[in-house]
Write a protein that binds this ligand. Structure first.
Ligand SMILES: Cc1cc2nc3c(=O)[nH]c(=O)nc-3n(C[C@H](O)[C@H](O)[C@H](O)COP(=O)(O)OP(=O)(O)OC[C@H]3O[C@@H](n4cnc5c(N)ncnc54)[C@H](O)[C@@H]3O)c2cc1C
Ligand code: SF4
Length: 480
């Protein structure tokens, strides 16, 4: 293995060898369930300094290599130790334009933290929490810089992480950027999809305000259709499409077509978040799980968010149906360093459910095959069947239903969190453009695409990196 030149390497003197991370305010389950407030808290300066001193400043920086954005982790943590928080922010910003969001939302236990040397025989450095401390410090203290303009105009369609990252990088390069967003507020899934418990909306709003002060224009409540698309192609020097992958995957369920009480996860979560944003839940305009037996199809992060939301609504029970079998013992086998060292993550929503109901909401290796309704077409029960892995004729291992394993579960609310298939087809038709996995440029010369609409459903950090790289591609095209 090729190792770096370590001649300049200066190890940290007297690192803090505490085996566990610095603990800070984390609301108890009882406190959490009484509100929709953000669960995790930002480190105080003292806590951040204590945790930063756990980093060994390893010469290989495996943590940085495991970050999809390549954030210079060890270097920004070194700046924290020097109490140069703006310097730390500057280093993070070279790789990440949305550290306020990524530090809260990234699955760090599978990324940077999984590669931290300290995690070999103790807890990894709390990299996410240190990044969050720096990002929040910057939001609270830093002055806003307005960028000089170069006379060229860019239209960005969609204000999710992909569009925001592209807009920010293009604005920094001097382009006049206008972001068109069909919702009433910018942020995409950061605003209405991801619950306030994981990302408090004041952090997002402040980020958008800063971007406005930096010179970016936001046009909300504008859905870009074929008419506007034609106009933008003609008037802007370049267009960036960042509309996300909102086309939902629809599982085949007998009797579901006309049944009342079935919702897609994003519709359920968005109705609750909008109600929280507009009225602190007072308008009761949300889809509520209050008093209901809730079945959630999907054991991923979106399904987990629905568990947390249903608990706060005051549901009667939740069963979360996951097609894949439970991962048993995988986290305890030996991994040769620096192979991914998975940390077992116990999602906050599961912790909450187990505290209240004393059991795991998951049903692994299962699926919903049918729904039952009453005379008013309201859902009353679902049929759940067990699944097992089987080799298909093409040689792929697929989960297949085991005949004769039908079980009926009471259900007054069914939430489908089975993922997304891609962007809505109208946007490609409106621009008469096809997207490519190999290029940011679409089949229309001055039209580019980035984020989940180009790559498929991903993560905030991946959509952000895609937006940043797309900005580079746009600048290269315009500078030709
Ligand atoms: C419930 C949920 C929870 C998640 N939790 C996490 C998490 O904890 N961590 C994580 O890393 N990732 C998470 N994700 C994934 C993450 O949110 C997405 O990968 C990311 O937001 C994709 O960014 P994007 O900019 O490509 O698209 P989006 O965030 O979907 O933004 C696209 C924007 O385009 C707008 N738009 C669409 N069409 C038009 C049009 N014609 N005109 C104008 N505007 C338009 C939309 O209104 C939207 O605002 C979660 C996703 C969901 C659904
Ligand atoms: S691997 Fe861990 S200890 Fe080493 S530099 Fe990265 S964060 Fe610090």
């Amino acid at each position: 293995m090729l190792l770096p030149d370590n001649s300049e390497y200066k190890p940290v003197e007297h690192p803090n060898m505490a085996p566990t991370r610095t603990v800070n305010g984390h609301l108890s389950v009882k406190e959490r369930l009484g509100s929709y407030d953000e669960i995790d808290q930002t480190y105080t300066e003292e806590e951040a300094l204590e945790e930063a001193s756990r980093c060994l400043y390893c010469p290989t920086h495996w943590c940085q290599k495991a970050c999809p954005a390549g954030v210079p982790v060890a270097d920004f943590i070194a700046k924290i130790r020097e109490k140069d928080y703006e310097g730390a922010y500057g280093l993070i910003h070279t790789a990440s334009s949305l550290p306020e969001m990524c530090s809260r939302l990234c699955p760090q236990e599978k990324q940077c933290q999984s590669n931290c040397t300290r995690s070999i025989c103790s807890e990894s450095v709390a990299i996410g929490k240190l990044e969050r401390f720096v990002a929040d410090w910057h939001q609270a203290h830093a002055a806003v810089e307005k960028m000089e303009k170069n006379g060229k105009k860019i239209a960005v369609i969609g204000a999710g992480p992909g569009g925001l990252a592209a807009a920010q990088r293009l604005n920094e390069k001097g382009y006049a950027v206008t972001v068109y967003e069909r919702e009433s507020q910018a942020g995409g899934l950061l605003c209405y999809g991801i619950p306030n418990m994981k990302l408090k909306k004041s952090v997002l709003n402040q980020k958008i305000e800063t971007m406005k002060e930096q010179g970016i224009l936001f046009e909300n409540n504008i859905e870009v259709d074929a008419v506007l698309a034609k106009q933008l192609k003609a008037t802007a020097d370049a267009v960036v499409i960042a509309v996300g992958a909102s086309e939902t995957r629809k599982p085949v369920i007998e009797g579901a077509d006309d049944a009342k009480g079935i919702y897609y996860a994003v519709d359920y979560l968005a109705s609750n978040t909008w109600s929280l944003i507009h009225s602190g839940m007072k308008d009761q305009a949300n889809i509520s799980a209050k008093g209901k037996n809730v079945i959630i199809i999907g054991g991923g992060d979106t399904g987990n968010d629905c568990v947390g939301m249903a608990l706060r609504n005051g549901c009667k029970s939740v069963v979360q149906i996951e097609m894949m079998p439970e991962r048993v013992g995988k986290d305890h086998i030996w991994y040769p360093y620096p192979v991914h060292l998975p940390e077992t993550k116990f999602d906050c929503s599961q912790e909450e459910y187990m505290t209240v109901f004393c059991k795991d909401p998951h049903r692994y290796a299962s699926t919903v095959t049918a729904v039952k309704t009453n005379a008013d077409s309201e859902i009353t029960a679902v049929t759940v069947m067990k699944m097992e892995p089987k080799m298909s004729e093409s040689g792929r291992v697929m989960m297949q239903i085991i005949p004769g394993t039908e079980e009926e579960l009471p259900c007054e609310m069914l939430i489908i969190a089975a993922g997304f298939t891609g962007p809505e087809k109208q946007i490609k038709e409106a621009f008469e453009a096809e997207f490519s996995k190999d290029s940011y440029q679409t089949t229309v010369e001055n039209v580019f695409a980035c984020g989940d609409c180009r790559t498929g459903q991903s993560l905030v950090v991946k959509a952000m990196v895609d937006g940043q790289k797309c900005a580079e591609a746009v600048a290269e095209y315009l500078d030709k």
